[in-house]
Design a protein. Sequence first.
Length: 236
Amino acid sequence: MYTEAGIIDKDQFVTEFTPLVKRIAYHMMARLPASVQVDDLIQAGMIGLLDAINRYEGSYGRQFESYAAQRIRGSILDELREADWLPRSLRRKMRQIETAMRALEQRLGRLPGEQEIANELNLPLAEYQEMLQEAGGGQLIYYEDFQDGEEDHFLDHLCGNQSNEPLDQLLEKNLRELLVAAIEKLPVKEKLVMGMYYEQEMNLREIGKVLGVSESRICQLHTQAISRLRTRLRDK
């Protein structure tokens, strides 16, 4: 991917890794409201790809793809942060769910079930599940999610942090370890959803087929799992 003069052929890199940008953008769309346009995410991702090409100093191979993916995600999240995409009404619903979860977990000494959470919210189960569905567009995990306050911004992302400060690296490592431990304690179906979505990069429809439930049900399980994680990690 170099020219005859030994200079990196940026156009060739862009052509080869544009599918990676699109894959990441469409994968992230599953966790965003319908008001967000995928073309805007792709455009932001392309900026991240160009940044990766300009900054990368290692050998261009599998390592570059991982580095580029990190930069692409970070660039998309920067775009979302600037757009302030998360409505206050959605944040309020998510806070209500998490407050109910925290109260029940402290009272019961275990993770509460769906019906118990619905009861805590004084809602029929169907209405609580609808609430999960509506809140599904806001379920991303970032550092600021674990701070207090209603006005916290959601988009200080975990994976895009390029800081070389030892303290920052230690804090990130600690958060990742806490996150892994919290995922292990999730109910079985929610843990399966998290694994298939984040590790295997399956979309919600594909996960639904594997588990034999609807795509909307997978969205509910995903939202509930993230709410549990946010509650658990905020307490840490």
